[in-house]
Design a protein around this ligand. Structure first.
Ligand SMILES: [Zn+2]
Length: 59
C-alpha cells in the first residue's frame, strides 16, 4: 500500500483517501474526511437556522 501524508493532520495513512470538501481535489485521510463531512453538516444546519430566523423576521 502506498503511504500518503494527510495535509490536514500530517499523519501517514495507507487506506483509500477522502477528497477534501474545501477544494474538491485535496486528498486527505479518511478520518479527516469524516471530520469535514460533520463540519459540513454543522455548517449547513447553522445556515438553515439563520435562514429560518430571517424568514420569521421579514414576515
Ligand atoms: Zn488527516
Amino acid at each position: 500500500m502506498l503511504k500518503q501524508i494527510c495535509p490536514k493532520c500530517n499523519k501517514e495513512y495507507t487506506s483509500r483517501p477522502a477528497i477534501s470538501r474545501i477544494d474538491n481535489k485535496t486528498r486527505i485521510c479518511p478520518a479527516c474526511g469524516v471530520i469535514e463531512a460533520i463540519e459540513n453538516i454543522i455548517e449547513s444546519n447553522k445556515r438553515s437556522k439563520r435562514k429560518k430566523k430571517l424568514v420569521r423576521l421579514v414576515h
